[in-house]
Design a protein around this ligand. Structure first.
Ligand code: SF4
Ligand code: SF4
Length: 355
């Protein structure tokens, strides 16, 4: 069966103090990293549970590099021990602060894909991504980006969209382009934050970025939301869970082996069990998880009638908090609808071309 398990080996601890981060409020375990006996169990179980010939390990946090380089060296050894002919991939999402030559040599040698968090130009980045002493972190992130390029490590950028950078979509796109970034993700800040961008502004930002991309960078730069919706216009299911019909195949393993339904639902009621007590495959096949995945298909009347349902599928259930449309409706709808309405004629043309 297909599923992905995202690991948080260092728990929710971080070496930055981003002013919008909800992990800062979460309780931290005192352990530096997942212990090696658990790591071995997790890697063996995960590889054995995936029926496909390729297995991807996703390392996130908090800040996953805080688990230390030795932790990942051990992880790779376990992966080799249990691969049994399967191809293993690793993807690490990091703020870049700890990346140095030793890290980059390791990441390069073991073919890691890196996701680097960068919120735009140095000034925009430093509006919220602060060090523990309250200073901006842009300089360190740019150093990390240069190192990744120097070592030719494949990487993408993750930009959190908030009320400061949302008006600067074009500038951010061109800034990242000037840094030779070839895969960009723009993820809106959600939750109860005063720093959130409005859905309208986020929609306009997507349109602005799309315009820049369409004018000069088709086939050269990948932007996640464009790529995902392009898939839908080609008649395929988007690969990103939030735009698919159902979900439930993106689980999380915490530092202590607890497995949860999804990173957006790390709450006691969504805990499926612990990998030390129950084989992973049994946790995945738990009817509770099957039901969780189907919640996404319960769409509001507005979504059911929407012309863009095939591309959006109501977005993530976590963001469906608007009442009055039968089932709860997505707070990002205005952004999605605006952007899709604008992009539709272009994506239709591109789909004809790609076909
Ligand atoms: S709840 Fe949201 S983030 Fe989690 S798997 Fe479903 S669509 Fe994805
Ligand atoms: S654009 Fe809005 S109405 Fe249409 S499917 Fe998405 S969330 Fe639903």
């Amino acid at each position: 069966m297909f599923f992905q398990l995202m690991a948080k080996p260092a728990g929710s601890v971080c070496n930055l103090d981003c002013q919008y981060c909800y992990y800062l409020d979460k309780p931290h375990l005192s352990q530096r990293h997942m212990d090696f006996a658990l790591l071995e169990r997790y890697i063996q179980n995960y590889i054995a549970s995936i029926s496909q010939s390729e297995v991807t390990f996703l390392w996130q946090g908090g800040e996953p590099t805080l688990a230390g380089l030795a932790f990942y060296q051990q992880a790779v050894e376990f992966q080799q021990k249990y691969a049994k002919g399967k191809i293993i991939h690793n993807a690490l999402q990091t703020n870049g602060i700890l990346l140095d030559d030793a890290w980059c040599e390791f990441l390069q040698k073991n073919h890691f894909l890196v996701g680097l968090s960068i919120d735009g130009t140095p000034k925009l980045h430093d509006s919220y991504r602060l060090t523990k002493s309250g200073k901006g972190s842009a300089k360190q992130v740019l150093h990390a980006l240069n190192l990744l390029q120097h070592y030719q490590i494949p990487f993408n950028t993750l930009t959190v969209v908030h009320h400061h950078n949302v008006q600067h979509g074009k500038a951010i796109y061109h800034y990242l382009k000037s840094l030779n970034v070839s895969y960009m993700q723009f993820i809106p800040l959600m939750g109860e934050h005063s720093q959130r961008a409005s859905p309208r502004d986020y929609g306009q930002m997507m349109i602005d970025i799309f315009d820049e991309w369409y004018a000069a960078d088709i086939g050269k730069i990948s932007v996640q939301f464009i790529e995902q919706w392009m898939m839908a216009f080609l008649g395929l299911q988007p690969s990103l869970c939030i735009f698919r019909k159902t979900c439930g195949d993106q689980l999380v393993i915490e530092q202590n082996g607890d497995i949860f339904s999804c990173d957006h639902y790390v709450y006691p009621e969504y805990k499926l069990g612990n990998i030390l007590d129950t084989p992973l495959i049994d946790l995945i096949q738990n009817p509770k998880q099957q039901r969780f995945g189907l919640i996404k298909a319960q769409l509001s009347t507005k979504c059911q009638q929407c012309q863009f349902r095939f591309a959006c599928n109501g977005g993530c259930p976590k963001h469906r908090t608007v009442q009055g449309f039968g089932e709860p409706h997505n707070q990002l709808c205005e952004a999605y609808f605006m952007a899709l309405s604008y992009m539709q004629p272009y994506l239709k043309e591109l789909a004809k071309y790609f076909r």
